[in-house]
Design a protein around this ligand. Sequence first.
Ligand SMILES: [Zn+2]
Length: 130
Amino acid sequence: MKKRILICKNEECQDEIIDYKSSKRLYCSDYCRNRDGYLRRLEDNKELIEISKGQKINYELLDRYAKAGIFEEEVSKLMKFGFNSKCLRLAKYYEINGRNCTCFSIKDILFEFDEEKELIIIHKSKHKIK
Ligand SMILES: [Zn+2]
């Protein structure tokens, strides 16, 4: 039976892996294995950096609103100012005024997406004193 053709997983290489002993082999060389690991970590980092950048912008935006005493704003308007809904941390569930809310938090700010009214509602902030 003919041997299966294996291609090196390093995107910069993608050479055929010749003369391999195990068909589970992923890379043509140690260099390629290390390089691929490095590139993957870089990619992960880039994503993390993007997310934390987005988080920072989101926080600054919401904090400015809270500071001005505004605790509700249209999502579309916030988006125009650079709000990035892709950079939200995992949602948490809270019961607020007897209602179950899906909230997101960044630092001292806890906010909710009201999908029906297309609003972002800030429930908690260092500027919001109940
Ligand atoms: Zn290779």
